[in-house]
Design a protein around this ligand. Sequence first.
Ligand SMILES: CC(C)(COP(=O)(O)OP(=O)(O)OC[C@H]1O[C@@H](n2cnc3c(N)ncnc32)[C@H](O)[C@@H]1OP(=O)(O)O)[C@@H](O)C(=O)NCCC(=O)NCCS
Length: 290
Amino acid sequence: MIADYSKDKALFEKCITFVDEIFPGCKQFALKGMHYGASWSDASIPFVIEDKGKIVAHVGVLPLTVVLNGNIHQTAAIHAVGVNPIDRGKGYFKQLMNEVMDYVKQNYESSFLMTQKPYLFRNYPYTIMLPEYDFVLKESGFSSKKGDLRYLNLDNSDDFALLNKLLPKSLPLSNQFSFNGKNAITLFILNSMYGKIGYSDRLGTIVLHQVIDNTLYLREIVSQNEQKLSDIIEIIPESFNKVVLQFCPDRFLNENEYTAILARPENCVMVSPEFKFNEKYFRYPEVYSC
Ligand SMILES: CC(C)(COP(=O)(O)OP(=O)(O)OC[C@H]1O[C@@H](n2cnc3c(N)ncnc32)[C@H](O)[C@@H]1OP(=O)(O)O)[C@@H](O)C(=O)NCCC(=O)NCCS
């Protein structure tokens, strides 16, 4: 049944301890996130089954605002799905999922989930959003660097304040599909706090990127002002000869400027029938994985 973290002070500790048994490392991840203001218990709505005061099954519902096909859309992610190993096969997952299906239908325009086991959701109205694409810039030859990119240290109060100032008012990464709002900020912090968060003072822009085998992978661009992709590329200090965008590129590139190639995301996205993506190439920006 649905539970409420704000009404039961012991509930979060019980839930996160349970989820950590199923997905080891989850508790440490959630506690570190809380330290940076990214609170799992503020973001996620727990559906639980308890036995003698102990959680034996959990499904979380994470409300998220997205930009979808140019419009603001209220969706919810189903996450942290687990049943105690000795209680599996008793129908607990089914019971919670049926409650969650009713809840999300009543409260959000759509719902989705990310999984490596899509077969588990065959009894529910989800379809797989595959293929996903990466977008390879046709232009090449990137040499000159005016790089002032530095990495934010979230334990530094100025950097932390900067992040929290930029994130809430940033322009959407894509008008086709991107994330927006408070819970998206929680996901951004949770999923980027172990990695490097690049920031350019000159552009006032956060960039999540990685250079692997001479290829620059751009994963997120957070800015309150319109930025040109060429300016973003210039601030990256590493050398590379290929640029790949791992999000819908409509705000940065025209269709004739990139080649869409198949992406290999770790998890597949499954969406409810109400989540309709109208464009040709879908890409889930992985910093919002949940
Ligand atoms: C997956 C999991 C939640 C299922 O919980 P459960 O309580 O045993 O599932 P239920 O008894 O409610 O079964 C519900 C349905 O799912 C099916 N199912 C459950 N586990 C399954 C599995 N491993 N493979 C295929 N189908 C499975 C059941 O056959 C049943 O289908 P039916 O209604 O058509 O008969 C549980 O095994 C678990 O916690 N696994 C580890 C964590 C995990 O994988 N979470 C999902 C990540 S997306």
